[in-house]
Ligand binder design. Structure first.
Ligand code: ZN
Length: 171
């Protein structure tokens, strides 16, 4: 189907989104076309705003709008427990259970010899620096239950256990 160039451009961009195929892209494009200008502008501005204001927390590398993320800045969180995750979205999943009151550390991925991702590609030295400078008594390893996640957890456990810090694997 031949679309007007502006519509095709929008379709091309929408199809790049994860989980969006040509059909969903078309549904979204027509929804945007049928929306009033203010609605479309709110969507466009929300995308730009998140790119302009959100960066990584300087302590745990979660997404943050300030120097520290809301979890690191909260006085209600227990800084003696650090839960290690691969990506910021993993934090959201754990927070939904509301069962964890410690803080986090985001590695930015998982070890993968196949893809050439080694310890230096993850924020492991940053984690070790935190363990050296903060009063941490327990590290919970919540990397994914796949080969890369297990490899990463085993690697970290070997690194952290000699420090006398309790290491727990969360699956
Ligand atoms: Zn943080």
């Amino acid at each position: 189907m031949q679309s007007a160039p502006a519509i095709q451009k929008l379709l091309d961009e929408l199809e790049r989104l994860p989980g969006v195929g040509p059909k969903s892209a078309q549904r979204m494009a027509y929804w945007i076309l049928n929306s009033d200008r203010a609605t479309a502008l709110r969507l466009a501005q929300a995308i730009v705003e998140v790119k302009d204001t959100v960066h990584f927390c300087s302590r745990c590398f979660n997404y943050a709008e300030d120097e520290l993320c809301e979890i690191c800045a909260s006085s209600r969180r227990d800084p003696s427990a650090i839960c290690v995750v691969s990506e910021p979205r993993d934090i959201a999943a754990i927070e939904r259970t509301a069962a964890y009151s410690g803080v986090y550390h985001v590695l930015g991925g998982a070890l993968s010899p196949m893809e050439g991702i080694g310890p230096d590609d993850l924020r492991i030295s940053e984690l070790m620096a935190r363990l050296a400078s903060e009063d941490v008594t327990e590290v919970l390893l919540a990397t994914n239950p796949n080969v890369e996640g297990e490899t990463t957890a085993a690697y970290l456990a070997r690194l952290i256990k000699p420090l006398g810090i309790k290491v727990t694997r969360l699956a």
